[in-house]
Design a protein around this ligand. Structure first.
Ligand code: 6R9
Length: 626
């Protein structure tokens, strides 16, 4: 983007927001174009968020039908499985057909508008088709990452009342198989209400099917019609639910609706990546995360840019995987996470330099703050010093990117997400809720006003939505992130200020890990805090107090890890479990996490005043055993 066109966008928004937002909506194909744009109030008494409320559209039409027939045989997605070079291309016509088949199968099983469908799949083309099939018939998809345990899956099935689960026999990642179908079976033992399990084939493994409930997609595929009329959806009809960890309790079902989400994803995809006809876009995120929804799938499909669906990991079969794949496929835009960049940086420049990477024109990063060393390596080595980097800050809740430098228009700074996109108004607030004005300041990051891609509610718990995001700072959306605005007015996200730990770009709620740990019969109490980690960004440090007379040991650590794996998934296993004789508490019994954080960070000279603790001796013991 040029500085002039960026300035023109800002000016257009300032002059007439309504016209500005309606203009962005023109990127989509609507059955009825909206007359209204945004309508919201963040006040508790009259809380509501609506965008394009009178518009009617179907997202699968925007991803598929609009490219037909002219581009029927163009590549919509490239499936890149775990084993390099064993993938295949899927055209718009093929993806359309697969989507309709799955949509028709869902309909046969009684799924219709508003019904929730759980998707627990590897990154296979049929996963894209399954999401699009839901969008086509107006069902609400809820994708659960394959790394979550059966118990987590069950919790989500119950929370949203899904009666159908779409899964695969197995997943394969980094050479290891994941028993997806068996996990679904286990989840269905825990959660009631699943009437249909549709099983797709990934490995062809022998798996048990339960009569009446389970069906193998391959047994039905050929008889299913490749025609399925798209359901006309209101812009505010829910499109999907995606569960994300919060600072308290169980994961929240973040609800996104159809029109605003689609407009925001299409708009940001355009602004940030400026797609060209010859692009091949590779976002390495799994569809189990918001980045996978918005930029592996919906963004590129709406823009008509072929997208890579990567069902592997950056270090398999070796640490040149990304670069080898980029050359083999001709990838032009790479969008990945700082944790992957750091892991590959550790292997040195050799694996990168072995490959040309000359198809690349743009690099992106998302998921956590990128440390300047990793940024420089990404820029200097991966990008040969010639490629711009978009450091995109956003959240599950925001639907799409909110802050990023725009190549050509914004000056890049290693480690800074720099500036908000047009229409986005960030501000910093102090603990008293006062806006912090001026530059070279730090505070909690809030947003003033709404944007089309904002989440609408927490599934089944609208009050929790308000309480989580709009009560701390009345009238504002609170992001949960800390942030600095430097002397130039550029923004630097400093990380979560709530009890959420960002492990390798994945949000883990401390409360969830703690409740998994205390589920072990020998555990009296647990407190979980983040500790800095070279590769993961943050790692989980757990302080665990055992019942009187019990001794901590490595076998017990293994049992506790198993507990976390069972209740949440392997991704939440603590890096370190420290057995503690007691936890530092105030006299009113509140655990002093601030002190535990400092101990986990090794900042022992910054423990602050410990004299108000109920038992100051506890801290000495924790420091000694660290
Ligand atoms: C898209 C996504 C959201 C949290 C967010 C922040 C962190 C994401 C970032 C970043 C610094 C960036 N985050 N992108 N921090 N720079 N470019 O990651 O969504 O999984 O919901 O995580 O991730 O802390 O609040 P989600």
């Amino acid at each position: 983007m040029t500085p002039e066109s960026l300035a023109a966008l800002h000016a257009a928004h300032a002059a007439d927001p309504h016209a500005f937002w309606l203009n962005q909506a023109r990127r989509l194909v609507w059955e009825r174009f909206p007359a209204t744009s945004g309508d919201w109030s963040f006040d508790r008494s009259d809380f509501h968020i609506r965008w394009y409320g009178d518009g009617v559209l179907n997202l699968s039409v925007n991803c598929l039908d609009r490219h037909l027939p002219a581009r029927a045989d163009d590549v919509a997605l490239l499936f890149e499985p775990d084993e390099p070079g064993t993938g295949r291309a899927v055209t718009y016509a093929e993806l359309h057909a697969e989507t309709c088949r799955l949509a028709n199968l869902l309909k046969e099983r009684g799924v219709g508008r508003g019904d929730r469908v759980m998707i627990y799949l590897p990154m296979i083309p049929e996963a894209a088709a399954a999401m699009l099939a839901c969008a086509r018939i107006g069902a609400v998809h809820s994708v659960v990452f394959g790394g979550f345990s059966p118990e987590s899956l069950a919790g989500r099935i119950e929370d949203c009342g899904a009666r159908v689960v779409v899964t695969a026999d197995e997943g394969v990642r980094g050479g290891k198989t994941i028993p997806l179908k068996a996990n679904v079976d286990e989840a269905c033992e825990i959660a009631a209400g699943v009437e249909t399990v549709i099983m797709l084939t990934r490995t062809g493994a022998e798996v048990a099917l339960r009569e009446g409930r389970d069906l193998r997609y391959d047994d039905h595929r050929d008889r299913l019609s490749i025609d399925c009329p798209p359901e006309p959806m209101g812009a505010e009809d829910p499109l999907f639910i995606l569960y994300t960890s919060g600072s308290t309790g169980k994961p929240k079902g973040v609800v996104h609706t159809t029109g605003g989400y689609a407009v925001w994803v299409a708009t940001t995809f355009d602004w940030v990546f400026e797609p060209r006809p010859d692009d091949l876009f590779w976002c390495t995120a799994d569809i189990g995360w918001i980045t996978g929804h918005s930029y592996t799938l919906y963004g590129p499909l709406m823009a008509g840019v072929p997208t890579v669906m990567f069902d592997g990991i950056p270090t398999y079969p070796d640490s040149s995987r990304l670069w080898e794949t980029i050359d083999r496929l001709g990838v032009t835009i790479l969008y990945t996470a700082p944790t992957a960049i750091r892991a590959l940086m550790r292997e040195g420049d050799g694996p990168v330099r072995k490959h040309r990477r000359d198809s690349l024109r743009l690099l992106g990063t998302v998921g956590e703050p990128i440390n300047p060393e990793a940024w420089r390596w990404y820029h200097d080595v991966v990008g040969d010093g010639r490629l711009p980097i978009v450091d995109t800050w956003w959240q599950t809740e925001t639907g799409g990117v909110l802050m990023t430098p725009l190549p050509g228009a914004t000056r890049m700074k290693p480690g800074s997400a720099t500036r908000p996109l047009p229409g986005i108004e960030p501000l910093l607030v102090d603990p008293q809720g006062q806006e912090i004005m001026g530059d070279d300041v730090s505070g909690n990051l809030c947003l003033r006003g709404s944007w089309p891609g904002q989440m609408r509610t927490v599934w089944g718990d609208p009050q929790r939505f308000i309480d989580t995001y709009f009560v701390t700072y009345p009238g504002l959306y609170f992001t949960g992130d800390g942030c600095r605005r430097d002397a130039d007015g550029d923004y630097w996200i400093t990380g979560r200020v709530d009890d959420v730990i960002n492990v390798s770009g994945h949000r883990i709620g401390t409360a969830e890990v703690e409740s998994a740990l205390v589920a072990h019969p020998l555990v009296a109490e647990a407190a979980v805090v983040p500790a800095p980690h070279d590769l993961k960004g943050q790692a989980i440090h757990a302080f665990v107090t055992l019942n009187a007379g019990e001794q901590g040991s490595d076998p017990l650590r293994a049992e506790l890890n198993a507990e976390v794996r069972k209740h949440i998934g392997a991704l939440a296993i603590p890096e370190r479990i420290q057995f503690a004789p007691g936890l530092p508490k105030t006299r009113s019994g509140k655990i002093m996490r601030r002190i535990l954080r400092k101990i986990a960070e090794g900042q022992l000279d910054q423990l602050g005043d410990t004299s108000t603790l109920a038992d100051p001796g506890v801290v000495e013991a924790l420091v000694r055993d660290r």
